[in-house]
Design a binder for this molecule. Structure first.
Ligand code: ADP
Ligand code: MG
Length: 472
């Protein structure tokens, strides 16, 4: 990199880090800055890769947990978007700075580090492997095909037959809850594994992946974590919308993704929305996701619903009156999971030798559909739209940083419902509201709870909005 000012090249790292610090200082209160940033030393600069030295593992974790986005931004502004920040732990004898011997504990925030790609022992591999199993009940055979899922199913089947060698890499399956994403993704894994038992197939949800990542980081053993994921043949990663706002997880996933892709390994992902609607993902990750094929799963049409019901009844060797089957087909049209729930509830009765009349079926299904509705999952977009309509403010204003009082309250209420009704983390929610951090979301939720307790008109707003969600 070019030399700033008139100083010898080896001093560049101090200047780069000082520029970062200037930015960071403006964003934190003085005490936090003094505690967490003054003890850091710039250790090395190679191209766009800056290594900083921190006093302890705890220190590193605290920085990652609390200041990663501030640091990332400062790095981007100083060294550019593709810059990398590495940590190195201060060694125990207390020596600090450029003369300290290289510690073996370099930790990677992002970027490629060949040191981490070392072989791992069979036992360590096995440990993680048993933690990420397939569900053998999810197969292509029991996945009913219909016009709602035809593209996704055939792309999935192609991938299962020739993992890693089709143009569908990554394969992204997307669609609403209960439409068969997880089933189809695992069917791919099961099929490929049946063809060749030596294939290492891993199924993992983003939530689990994230918590594994955090644990391995805490134990200062990211090398094992990365090495494990880089040694598998088929990675099935479920619900990638939950990567939104998790920057460190995205960084490591980006590296794993590239490694697998380049090695001709297959990646299958699911998401509750199409790529363009994914929020809080870095551009570089999104651009990778666009390389393969996206296929959607839609709500099942009447014929598919009928076929699913008949298959289930056949599997359990149970017959139902035609008018009961008709009723079921039409009464539960939202998604396959609810349809299965209804079928199972009916089967429960027939196992107990009660013959199921249309009346009984109606009763059972109505109870079920109602209780489902009470805690139905809602998307963040729906939350924001509902709240914006209620208050007559625009969706953009709610998502933006405007500080107008009426907008601020509407926004806090929207954040509150986002936490209440969606599966998103505080961090992801903050991200979707103008890139705020999770403490803003906590504050919003706290404020809304306070309004509720005070019982003023805001309480009425909240109750009225709540009814709108319940009606959906
Ligand atoms: P998602 O991951 O999209 O939320 P799942 O894959 O968990 O949905 O599916 C919900 C339930 O519905 C599962 O029990 C699954 O086996 C079943 N299911 C979904 N689609 C189909 C289908 N086309 N044929 C048979 N069962 C299905
Ligand atoms: Mg799922």
């Amino acid at each position: 990199m070019e030399n700033f000012l008139d100083v010898p090249a080896e001093h560049d790292r101090y200047i780069v880090w000082e520029k970062c610090l200037q930015e960071i200082r403006q964003k934190l209160d003085l005490q936090a800055y003094k505690t967490w940033f003054e003890p850091i030393r710039a250790k090395d600069l190679e191209g766009k890769q800056l290594t900083i030295e921190v006093p302890s593992k705890f220190f590193y974790e605290y920085l990652e947990e609390n200041f990663v986005s501030v640091m990332r931004e400062a790095m981007n502004n100083t060294l550019g978007e593709d810059s990398q920040l590495l940590y190195s732990l201060r060694i125990e004898d207390g020596s600090f700075g450029s003369n300290a011997p290289q510690t073996p504990n370099s930790i990677l925030l992002n970027g490629n580090d060949t040191k981490l790609n070392k072989e791992m022992s069979k036992e360590r591999f096995q440990e993680l492997y048993v933690e990420t199993p397939l569900n053998f009940n999810y197969t292509f055979d029991n996945f009913i095909e219909g016009s709602c899922n035809r593209l996704a199913r055939s792309a999935g089947y192609a991938v299962a037959q020739k993992p890693g060698t089709t143009a569908f890499n990554p394969l992204m399956l997307y669609g609403g809850v209960g439409l068969g994403k997880t089933h189809l993704m695992q069917a791919i894994g099961n099929y490929a594994k049946n063809q060749d038992d030596n294939r290492k197939v891993v199924y993992v949800s983003v939530d689990k992946f994230t918590s594994q990542f955090v644990n391995y980081m805490k134990n200062n053993d990211l090398a094992t974590f990365r090495s494990f994921y880089e040694h598998i043949d088929i990675l099935l990663i479920d619900d990638v919308q939950f990567l939104g706002g998790k920057e460190a997880t995205q960084d490591i996933f980006f590296n794993i993704f590239n490694h697998l892709q380049q090695g001709g390994k297959q990646i299958v992902m699911t998401s509750d929305c199409p790529l363009i609607e994914l929020k809080g993902l870095t551009d570089r990750l999104l651009s990778r996701f666009k390389w393969g094929l996206s296929a959607d799963l839609q709500q099942p049409d009447t014929e598919t619903r009928m076929a699913i019901i008949q298959k289930k009844l056949q599997d359990k060797n149970i017959e139902l009156d035609e008018n009961v089957v008709d009723y079921l087909t039409n009464a539960v049209d939202s998604n396959v999971r609810e349809l299965e729930g209804a079928i199972n509830a009916l089967l429960h009765y027939s196992v107990n030798n009660i013959s199921i009349t249309l009346d009984i079926a109606k009763q059972i299904v109505q109870n079920l559909v109602q209780s489902h509705d009470d805690n139905k999952e809602v998307s963040i977009d729906e939350v924001i739209k509902t709240v914006s309509e209620y208050f007559g403010v625009s969706v953009e204003e709610l998502r933006d940083k405007t500080r107008k009082k009426e907008i601020v309250i509407a926004r806090q209420i929207a954040m509150y419902f986002a936490k209440e009704y969606t599966g998103y983390s505080l961090k992801s929610i903050g991200y979707q509201f103008g890139g705020r951090d999770h403490s803003t979301v906590i504050h919003a939720i706290q404020s809304v709870s306070d309004y509720m307790a005070e019982g003023n008109e805001i309480k009425r707003f909240i109750e009225e909005i709540e009814k709108k969600f319940k009606k959906k």
